[in-house]
Ligand binder design. Structure first.
Ligand code: ADP
Length: 291
């Protein structure tokens, strides 16, 4: 048996052990696992074609914006290999506790709670080295064994690309309302964002829209805008593929700083053009989900 065949056989054996399959989703409707029992109205996936385009930043700001509008929100970080949600929310030193009701998510405010593998690692730079089936088992636990309580929204930060995590959450999450795709404007990013759009459509999940992040650099000196990565690629991709365009967010050093400081940008009071852009994108997204 070749090494590749052996690896495939091992993976299939592991997947069988956790009740999953390598066959395409549509062919196995009758064997799909049951949905996790969570009391949630809307599950929203945040996805990108490639890393570093601002997907986690969008997930954090979306969850915070929703909570600020009085919604009960859970933020689930499934980016196992780069869990940045705890740091971006300023809660990286917190540890989930276990109660009679299950694993307690980390509470950020009264109506915003988060769960991430980052809370469970021995150190922030410890790598997660897991095969797909192990990730599937953890996703199952994060849904079914975390005491989310009653949620209006569960925002899910997925790893970039079209992998196991998205397939698993698509199978297990109830009330999946759709996915938002984050891209930067340049062709190499947009190409991968389009792949993500097609992937989501193949799973029969609605695409809530495309967000163009890092769209023009706001000059800290003059306040003018420089087109670092070009502009308009996200809007064009949305138009070409018949999905909503949710708007553009500029590349702004303040956005980066707020991520590093663990204070979501949307919480800033500054009525700057970037703040208005972020707020506008979040409003469009909420309108798309709640319409
Ligand atoms: P991804 O989840 O796609 O890998 P992140 O959300 O982790 O990307 O963002 C990558 C880096 O870029 C982070 O340091 C983040 O603070 C920064 N960043 C994201 N969006 C912006 C923006 N619009 N302006 C400036 N920095 C940004």
């Amino acid at each position: 048996m070749s090494m590749q065949d052996q690896a495939q056989a091992e993976i299939e054996a592991e997947m069988k052990a956790v009740g999953s399959t390598t066959q395409p989703l549509q062919q196995n409707q009758s064997t799909l696992p049951p949905k996790a029992e969570i009391d949630v109205q809307h599950v929203i996936l945040v996805l990108s074609g490639k890393g570093g385009v601002g997907k986690s930043t969008v997930a954090v700001n979306l969850a915070t914006a929703l909570a600020n509008h009085g919604r009960r929100v859970g933020l689930l970080d499934l980016d196992f290999h780069g869990p940045s949600i705890p740091k971006m929310l300023g809660i990286e030193s917190r540890v989930p506790t276990v109660s009679a009701d299950g694993i307690e998510p980390v509470r950020v405010t009264g109506n915003l709670a988060a769960m991430s593998i980052g809370f469970l690692l021995s150190s922030p730079d410890a790598p997660v080295i897991w095969r797909g089936p192990v990730k599937m088992g953890v996703i199952r636990q994060f849904l079914a064994e975390v005491n989310w309580g009653t949620l209006d929204y569960l925002v899910v930060d997925l790893p970039p690309g079209t992998g196991d995590e998205a397939l698993t959450i698509a199978q297990l999450a109830p009330n999946l309302r759709g996915a938002v795709i984050v891209t930067t404007p340049q062709d190499v990013a947009v190409l991968d964002a389009v792949k993500a759009v097609k992937f989501i459509q193949q799973l029969d999940i609605p695409v809530l829209g495309i967000i163009e992040n890092m769209s023009g650099l706001v000059c800290p000196q003059c306040g003018g805008t420089v087109d670092m990565f070009g502009r308009g690629g996200g809007r064009k991709a949305a138009g070409d593929h018949g999905v909503p365009y949710l708007g553009a967010i500029p590349l702004d050093p303040e956005m980066m700083r707020s991520g590093d400081q663990g204070r979501p940008y949307i919480l800033q009071q500054a009525d700057s053009p970037t703040w208005r852009a972020v707020d506008g994108v979040m409003e469009n997204l909420v309108a798309e989900v709640e319409s």
